[in-house]
Ligand binder design. Structure first.
Ligand code: SF4
Ligand code: SF4
Length: 464
């Protein structure tokens, strides 16, 4: 591994460049490498869809083939969540759905610009809320293989349509709910793709990474390596590595969380999402363990227009779930906003609310992981048992709830500690005076303590 001088910092800071590890740069620059990876996962996607459509609809009542649900909800999704802190959005490099959008564009596209007013994350946030609510109450994706297959087909079709209408990767940047979550969490990741030297970029007359060349496409998400300061949008497609004739792109390891501490780019939609993930996942875990679930279930039942298990009832429950998710997210974001308003009299509380919310990304990820811990273990045990059966062996395990519970509590403690530390560093960066630093820490400490106490209370109760 070579050590490179980083000219962004006057040539004084040395950065490792993973692209220089053995043949890695040649590999990612090879024109067949990415299509081969995409094709592999595309075939796998087709296999998952095939098995999903071939199965009975509800695994609980009818048996059926759990392959599609296990692969998507117990392995792929939790693995993304658990690996994002190391590799960021690396999955987007391999993603077959994004690739299908690319393939569509290479055949036909109107190449329209994505409308300015929708260039934010709100559509992806709403889709995320809807899918999460529908998972529990309407389509039950995690135990319904055909519905899982339909969901995959829906997003593939959406990527095709958006590729045929809009330029670049509009689907990945503004619509994909997985891209949305990975984007925010990739601010914590232990790798970053950046330019080696801003001066080289400034002096380069032809911005090949922006306009594209024969060797590589223009950046599909509209990033410009010279000014990149956070990971959120970069889908690690490596096109800029191919197109930059100056060899000015590096992929470097770094301390997790660097973006949330140093980046000055902040957005309201991301701040809302950060709190949303924490409260929604705490709420879902709370529904498994707290008696108030019966109050909520009885309330929703009392509002049902008809009293039977029909599709309308399921739709009705799903609508309530979305409303509850929206309300609790607004409530949590509102509490943070009011705390900032009380602490910073005379300042700009909305801006403080947005800036300080980024400190909660570690806590947000830890709650997300806690909710996915059981699923990941279940998926890995299924995989082990399946591989064992190929060799005529019985390799069966089952998740131990106490161990999972301890792991979840550990995640919560680690996420809260990371949030306090990140909050301190963010507050130091944005505070002009000592009293502002104290006020920021009061807001962060108060909200982090509230989330932590609620999380701990829920996780120390037995599942009912
Ligand atoms: S092509 Fe390379 S050197 Fe030129 S602007 Fe892009 S990253 Fe910088
Ligand atoms: S072209 Fe470069 S900056 Fe743009 S998404 Fe791909 S890897 Fe990231």
């Amino acid at each position: 591994m070579k050590i490179k001088k980083d000219a962004n910092h006057n040539g004084t800071i040395e950065k490792y460049d993973l692209l220089d590890v053995y043949f890695f740069r040649d590999l990612v620059k090879n024109r067949f490498f990415k299509p081969a990876v995409n094709l592999f996962f595309f075939i796998f996607l087709l296999v998952v869809i095939y098995f999903g459509l071939s199965s009975e609809s509800d695994l609980r009542f009818h048996g059926g083939i759990p392959f599609a649900t296990t692969m998507i909800w117990d392995i792929w999704h939790p693995l993304l969540a658990f690996t994002v802190i190391i590799v960021g959005r690396l999955w987007c490099f391999a993603c077959p759905i994004g690739a299908v959008g690319d393939w569509t564009q290479s055949i036909f596209s109107l190449n329209r610009k994505y409308p300015e007013k929708y260039r934010n994350l709100w559509i992806a946030v709403i889709l995320f809320l809807f899918i999460f609510a529908a998972e529990r109450h309407l389509f039950m994706f995690t135990r319904n293989p055909p519905n899982t297959a339909y969901l995959l087909l829906f997003f593939t079709a959406l990527a095709v349509i958006m590729g045929a209408v809009y330029e670049k990767r509009s689907f990945c940047r503004y619509i994909c709910p997985i891209g949305l979550v990975l984007g925010v969490f990739s601010m914590l990741s232990a790798i970053e793709l950046r330019c080696k030297s801003r001066k080289t970029c400034q002096d380069h007359d032809i911005k090949e990474c922006v306009i594209g060349t024969e060797a590589g496409k223009a950046c599909p998400v509209g990033e410009f390596p010279q000014t990149m300061e956070r990971n959120n949008q970069c889908i690690l497609c490596m096109e800029c590595v191919k197109s930059c004739s100056k060899g000015n792109i590096r992929l470097s390891p770094r301390l997790p969380g660097a973006d949330i501490i140093h980046s000055k780019k902040t957005h309201l939609d991301e701040a809302y999402l950060i709190h949303g993930i924490i409260v929604i996942f705490l709420f879902v875990m709370g529904m498994e363990r707290l008696q108030f679930r019966n109050t909520i279930i009885n309330f929703v039942k009392s509002t049902l227009p008809v009293n039977s298990i029909t599709f309308l009832d399921l739709y009705w429950r799903n609508m309530w779930a979305v409303i509850i998710f929206l309300l609790i997210t607004l409530g949590a974001a509102g509490l943070m906003y009011l705390s900032a308003k009380a602490a910073f009299s005379g300042g700009n509380p909305k801006q403080k609310f947005i800036e300080l919310s980024y400190a909660f990304i570690p806590l947000s990820l830890s709650v997300y992981l806690a909710e996915n811990t059981f699923r990941l273990l279940k998926g890995l045990f299924y995989l082990t048992a399946t591989i064992g059966s190929f060799f005529g062996k019985i390799w069966e395990f089952s998740p131990d709830f106490d161990t999972i519970n301890h792991l979840q509590i550990l995640l919560l403690i680690a996420g809260s500690a990371f949030t306090l530390w990140a909050g301190y560093l963010i507050s130091k960066r944005i505070s002009g005076k000592d009293n502002e630093l104290q006020q920021s820490m009061i807001v962060i400490g108060f909200i982090a303590a509230a989330y932590f106490m609620i999380g701990l209370k829920i996780l120390t109760l037995p599942i009912i």
